[in-house]
Ligand binder design. Structure first.
Ligand SMILES: [Fe+2]
Length: 262
């Protein structure tokens, strides 16, 4: 009799486990789809920003891996990198960011609201990704406390934002913008060295400037600027590092393929 009860209980436990696993998988897929949709919305609004955030995510990932962060932190960094500029799409700022003329002081002040506008957009995701909004809000803070919007100093700035700040500056220097042409890798390295301990976390800046990381960043930069090679190498890389956490597609697709289960 007790054998039958035990067998029954173990069948119930097995069924509960399977049900919970199914629910978790569904929740993860929904979450991945939500983030991917948000990224599609950025692309649809502003393809230039969509390309920028992907490059920043790539550089941030390289720096985060070199720093030895765990997978959870790496995923947080990836999400902050991908959505750090979502506040720029706000109606109040969109025209300013796309103006051909130089910004007025008033427009410059408006631009500085984009981290908090980004945090506000992402607010509904806070329950699922507590680090996301605060990381986005903090990506223009500076190590010495002179950044914005809250003048956070040193390690009070979330680690996600400290990593993204370096990757973001690197891309701003090495990628052509409306007011400035692209500058070389060595010029970008010089700017990051100059910001060591003032604008940037000194340890992360040192790591970014180390020969091994610089080589990886340079390779990623060249891939990002040559779409044909990028797709090949990125796919290979992704296969080599399967995501243990929620993965969602954020790299550009070259061909339209039918949706597949992930
Ligand atoms: Fe920004």
């Amino acid at each position: 009799m007790s054998g039958k009860i035990e067998a029954g209980l173990s069948a119930i436990a097995g069924a509960t486990f399977l049900r919970q696993r199914r629910l978790r998988t569904r929740a993860e897929r929904l979450s991945a789809a939500t983030l991917e949709t948000l990224l599609n919305a950025i692309d649809a609004n502003d393809a230039e920003t969509g390309a920028h955030v992907r490059r920043v995510a790539t550089y941030a990932q390289i720096l985060g891996e070199a720093a030895g962060f765990d997978q959870h932190t790496l995923r947080s960094i990836q999400r902050v990198a991908l959505f750090h500029d979502i506040g720029k799409l706000h109606e109040a700022l969109f025209d300013i960011f796309h103006e051909e003329t130089k910004l007025t002081p008033e427009e410059r002040r408006a631009v500085r609201t984009h981290p908090e506008r980004g945090e506000a957009v992402l607010e509904p995701l806070t329950a699922f990704y507590p680090d996301l909004g605060i990381g986005v809000r903090s990506h223009h803070e500076k190590w010495d406390g002179t950044g914005y919007p809250r003048k956070l100093k040193g390690k009070r700035i979330p680690i996600t934002a400290r990593v993204v700040a370096i990757a973001d500056s690197f891309d701003a220097i090495t990628h052509r913008r409306r007011y400035s042409s692209a500058r070389s890798l060595s010029e970008a390295a010089k700017a990051i060295a100059e910001g060591h301990g003032t604008q940037f976390d000194p340890e992360l800046a040192d790591l970014f400037l180390s020969p091994l990381v610089c080589t990886d960043i340079e390779r990623a930069m060249r891939e990002a600027h040559s779409p044909k090679r990028k797709t090949k190498v990125n796919r290979r890389k992704r296969d080599k590092h399967p995501a243990p956490d929620i993965e969602f597609r954020w790299r550009r697709r070259t061909k339209t393929k039918p949706a597949r289960n992930r």
